[in-house]
Design a protein around this ligand. Structure first.
Ligand code: HPA
Ligand SMILES: [Zn+2]
Length: 332
């Protein structure tokens, strides 16, 4: 049995495996510029965030109907459950779909068909976090929030993703204020490729409760001190960092030093279909390559539940934490 954990940094569109992409392409009469799944996998060699995003947005063309989004989420939840994920807070990128003529309702209702039965079917509780694309305008983000208003009972929070450098958090001050006024929780990607100043700005200007990635925070000792003091969760994604060349190799990943510094780190998969592994694979990789002890792994799992948006179900959170505390690691 794998270590129980929550996944807090997961783009549902990034769980689109090549096999499902071809199945949906056939179902919807969409042609992909790749002959087969092997040819598509060959394209998964990324030089940076942008080269990944180009493929990520291109493949979304196969997602058209509620059933497509349902199948996508259901496939993720099954894989995640098998790797010990008990709770998943899932990002989605409505602007990437609206731009293709796929309505907000199609996306949210489709995802909800899978999420609504996830606890019974997969034993995984879920939350939805709607992301704004930071390389789109602030006006587009506001219009997206507006389009989401009929679905706010299904959306727990807002996030900020896509190409980071040149798109500082301050650009989205107004839409985050509006989201807060609607009672939505706030997170943002910061310090993945962008500088530590973006992390500070996300906290100060957008009022975020968690930082997605936050890797480059380590370059600013005063920021690290603040993140430790305020116990700001960082949703790290080690295999993503390797594939997008944010770190040279996994052995160079600063996770152990970040834990030693007292940062509240979590380990997540980001876009598992593209980056070579789901949540459990990320845990296994850091355990093996970075030599994390069982107590460190348990700390990461505890952090994931402590940092999750389970305030509306503290009983469930307590149950998950008890499972982590009682977990017996298999003999090596
Ligand atoms: O890793 C990511 N970073 C930024 N935007 C994204 N959108 C999907 N995945 C990512
Ligand atoms: Zn991400």
């Amino acid at each position: 049995m794998p270590l129980p954990k929550a996944e807090l940094h997961l783009h549902i569109e990034g769980t689109l495996e090549p096999e499902l992409a071809f199945e949906l392409a056939a179902r919807n009469g969409v042609s992909l510029p790749y002959g087969n799944t092997d040819a598509l996998r060959e394209a998964y060699r990324f030089g940076d965030l942008q080269s990944f995003l180009n493929l990520y947005y291109e493949l979304m063309a196969v997602l058209r109907t509620e059933r497509d989004f349902e199948d996508l989420a259901d496939a993720y939840l099954a894989r995640a459950a098998a790797q010990g994920v008990r709770h998943a807070e899932m990002f989605f990128d409505p602007q990437a779909h609206l731009a293709r003529g796929v309505e907000m309702g199609t996306v949210v209702e489709g995802l909800w068909r899978a999420l609504g039965r996830s606890r019974e079917r997969h034993g995984v509780s879920t939350r939805l976090i709607m992301c704004f694309l930071r390389d789109e305008s602030a006006e587009s983000a506001l219009a997206t929030l507006d389009a989401a208003k009929p679905y706010l009972d299904r959306i727990t929070g807002v996030g900020l993703d896509s190409a980071e450098v040149g798109h500082p958090p301050v650009k989205f001050r107004e839409v985050y204020e509006a989201a807060a006024a609607l009672g939505l929780r706030r997170v943002a990607h910061a310090g993945e490729e962008g500088p530590p100043e973006y992390v500070t700005e996300a906290l100060d200007v957008l009022g975020v409760e968690r930082i997605d990635h936050g890797l480059r925070s380590v370059e600013d000792p005063a920021l690290v001190e603040r993140l430790v003091r305020d116990r700001v969760p960082l949703t790290l994604c080690p295999l993503s960092n390797v594939r997008l060349r944010t770190v040279d190799t996994l052995a160079d990943h600063p996770l152990p030093a970040m834990l030693d510094a007292g940062l509240m780190c979590t380990v997540n998969s980001d876009d598992p279909a593209y980056f070579g592994g789901y949540a459990g694979d990320n845990f296994d990789a850091v355990r093996r390559t970075l030599g994390l002890t069982e107590e460190r792994l348990r700390e990461l799992a505890r952090n994931s539940f402590l940092a999750s948006f389970l305030e509306d179900d503290e009983e469930l959170r307590a149950r998950y934490l008890a499972e982590v505390d009682g977990y017996a690691f298999p003999a090596a």
